[in-house]
Design a binder for this molecule. Structure first.
Ligand code: HEC
Ligand code: HEC
Length: 269
């Protein structure tokens, strides 16, 4: 009787082990191979259908549409080129300068597109799985994504009530001078500062500083968008990060002045 019992227990033990290992194997297939492969296929498909025409088959920005001309309200004509993803340098991040963007940053770009740069919005064109998959596809073009973890996002604290007030604009004007934003963006914010003719981007192409009267920021138009722009810096454009050189209140004064240059100061309240 005892022998039978032991044998019986033994069988149950082995059956349990078999079930456990089966589920481990299938779990591995689900997470590691089969599902991952499906996701990669989906990312490739979405990329080929929606992004490749501009960003190119290799992600090097050499798609069929590799240069677009944009004439601004001011009469200035600039060349707009789709981003080359192969060096892993991104402008519109919430992370510190030198860092990779976060997944949320990339998701926001896919959703909203980029104003003034012809990059279309895909908020309603793609579902969440497709958006996530195409973001992973973007990451296959540069080895930086394998070598580095994205950094923490810079937190934007609550916007003070006085942003956009005339005294804040006045203080912001002083900071704009001290921080030498004018060297590129010009005293009047029209993007014609003394350094503006010599700027090259990380790909060696001439780049023009933002003309604050030309319309919306590429990132967006909110006060927070201006704040994060000079905090994170626009990597690859020559525009540095001012995260370490500005105190919190001064950052918001600078936002006030920048919005004033854009003619948006009336809308902040
Ligand atoms: C009509 C052309 C066009 C299409 C289509 C397009 N893009 Fe872009 N994209 C651009 C241009 C131009 C830029 C550079 C914008 C700039 O910096 O002024 C850009 C920049 C980017 C950036 C870099 C932003 C940064 O922070 O530096 C990402 C990421 C991006 N595109 C993703 C995508 C994805 C994903 C798709 C497809 C779902 C896509 N784009 C489709 C034109 C396009
Ligand atoms: C070395 C030159 C340089 C300096 C200095 C500089 N910028 Fe810029 N900035 C640029 C360039 C170039 C662009 C355009 C990038 C683009 O179009 O993608 C830009 C773009 C911007 C934008 C628009 C971003 C967008 O989303 O379209 C804002 C806002 C801005 N700068 C604010 C500032 C402020 C505020 C300062 C000073 C604290 C400053 N910049 C200093 C070169 C500079």
């Amino acid at each position: 009787m005892e022998g039978f019992n032991n044998m019986y227990r033994g069988r149950i033990f082995f059956m349990g082990l078999a079930i456990l290992s089966l589920s481990l194997i299938s779990g591995f297939v689900w997470n590691g191979t089969a599902f991952g492969a499906n996701k990669a296929d989906l990312g490739k498909k979405v990329y080929e259908e929606r992004c490749m025409i501009c960003h190119g088959a290799k992600g090097d920005g050499k798609g069929l549409v590799s240069v677009m001309r944009k004439s601004e309200k001011s009469g200035r004509v600039i060349l707009v080129e789709p981003r080359d993803f192969t060096n892993g340098v991104f402008r519109f991040r919430s992370t510190a300068t030198g860092c990779l963007p976060s997944d949320e940053d990339l998701l926001r770009l896919v959703d909203t597109g980029i104003t003034r740069s012809f990059m279309p919005a895909h908020k309603d064109e793609l579902n969440m799985d497709e958006k996530k998959a195409v973001i992973e596809q973007i990451k296959t073009f540069s080895t930086r994504w394998k070598e580095e973890e994205p950094c923490k996002s810079i937190t934007v604290k609550k916007k003070p009530k006085w942003v956009g007030s005339s005294s804040s604009i006045e203080k912001g004007a002083k900071i704009y001078k001290e921080m030498k934003c004018w060297e590129c963006h010009g005293d009047d914010g029209r993007g014609k500062g003394p350094k503006s003719d010599q700027l090259k981007d990380d790909w060696g192409k001439p780049i023009v500083p933002f003309n604050f009267t030309a319309g919306a920021l590429k990132r967006g138009t909110g006060a927070e968008d201006v704040y994060i722009t000079f905090m994170s810096g626009l990597d690859g454009t020559g525009m540095p990060s001012y995260e370490d050189s500005l105190k919190e209140d001064d950052r918001w004064h600078l936002v006030s002045f920048t919005l004033k240059l854009m003619g948006l100061d009336k809308h902040v309240h």
